[in-house]
Write a protein that binds this ligand. Structure first.
Ligand SMILES: Cc1ncc(COP(=O)(O)O)c(C=O)c1O
Length: 361
């Protein structure tokens, strides 16, 4: 039986193990917008709570329309899901890949979904000495055996980001070699100018391209769950629709999609917050002896500290601060960590706590 993968955000387990209340934990392990649920959504849910008394539209027409309008694409090209995760598994099941290539490290559900779909998973090992960037050797990995490539952009947990120009080169290369390309843009809305870099803009010309999106992180609704996939490959979309279980998105999550994408005030407030805090936290982390933080593109920062003993996570937990140890990612060790960028006061608490544990050691 497949085990549930370990992710950030498991404050349930931590609270239970330590005998502390969840509310007492300052959680830097899940990369969720600290502005919280948009007010527009709170109001809409309160005003429309009665919609849970009926089944959702099995085709989610209003939701699909809202997403299509937001991106300016054909409604036919969209599949919606219960978080991006549902689409990751649905896409893997529909693509019928024999040999896939993913980055190591990357978001672990891709490996699970592809293995479940009986694809042999190959890895491109990112290297610490070039900042975990994709380098010249990458294209060599795209040998004739490979029929599917998955790139998380930005990558999780490393945060490394490919601009559209670089992604286009990879897309062209994939087309020439008969390789399907899945680009996971779960965090792209947090990237400065991310809307100019999305591969959704290239859909009409390439039907071997699949983009996965999540609304869970940017709009702070991981518990409500909503994501979607965009592709002009109607054959694969048909398979996804045929295979899916009905009503997997609950009525309130579907309503959320119709509301939040139109909430320009919240979107702008989020861009203002991330614009201010990203650099502050990055600099403050790098100023601490022994920490090497990698330049963030999205709303989280990847860093290394000291030797391989996972010490930071444990000592910070005694201060009720939870960070993501990256030791269980393929190709990383316990020396690596990831923290979410939160509001100013929380970020300062993290820096203060890190200084205490590192300098008073
Ligand atoms: C790259 C990436 N894609 C997808 C997901 C899953 O998103 P969702 O919560 O919408 O299923 C995550 C969650 O951390 C992620 O890191």
């Amino acid at each position: 039986m497949m085990k549930v993968a370990k992710h950030g955000g498991n404050i349930y387990e931590v609270a239970l193990e330590r005998g502390i209340e969840m509310e007492e934990i300052l959680d830097f392990s899940a990369n969720i917008n600290p502005l919280g649920i948009p007010d527009s959504l709170k109001e809409a849910i309160m005003d429309n709570i009665h919609i849970i008394e009926r089944y959702p539209d099995p085709e989610y027409k209003e939701l699909v329309k809202a997403i299509a309008d937001y991106h300016g694409v054909d409604q036919q090209w969209i599949a919606v899901g219960n978080g991006a995760t549902e689409l990751i598994f649905a896409l893997a099941a529909s693509l019928n890949s024999k040999n896939s290539l993913i980055l190591a490290p990357t978001f672990s559900e891709y490996e699970r979904a592809l293995l479940k779909a009986k694809s042999e998973v190959h890895y491109y090992y990112l290297k610490e000495d070039n900042g975990f960037q994709i380098d010249e050797g990458f294209k060599k990995m795209l040998n004739p055996e490979i029929d599917l490539l998955v790139l998380c952009n930005p990558n999780n947990p490393t945060g490394q980001f490919l601009k559209r120009q670089q992604m286009m080169e990879i897309l062209q290369h994939c087309r020439e070699h008969g390789i399907r390309l899945v680009v996971d843009e779960a965090f792209i809305d947090f990237v400065e100018g991310g809307e100019m870099e999305t591969m959704i803009a290239c859909m009409h010309e390439y039907n071997h391209l699949y983009v996965i999106r999540a609304l869970t992180k940017f709009f702070a609704i991981p518990g409500l769950r909503l994501g979607y996939a965009v592709t002009s490959n109607e054959n694969i979309l048909g398979r996804i629709r045929d295979n899916r279980e009905p009503w997997s998105i609950n009525s309130l999550a579907a309503l959320a999609g119709e509301i939040v994408l139109k909430d320009k005030t919240y979107i702008q407030a989020t861009k203002n917050w991330i614009g201010e805090e990203k650099d502050n936290l990055f600099k403050a982390l790098n100023a601490i002896e022994g920490i090497k933080a990698y330049k963030p593109e999205a709303n989280y920062i990847f860093f290394s500290y000291g030797k391989s003993d996972n010490c930071l996570k444990e000592v910070l937990l005694s201060k009720k601060i939870l960070i993501r140890s990256c030791g269980n990612y393929k190709n990383l060790t316990d020396r690596f960590y990831r923290v979410a960028i939160k509001d100013r006061a929380s970020n300062e608490k993290l820096i203060q706590a890190l200084k205490e544990v590192i300098y008073e050691d």
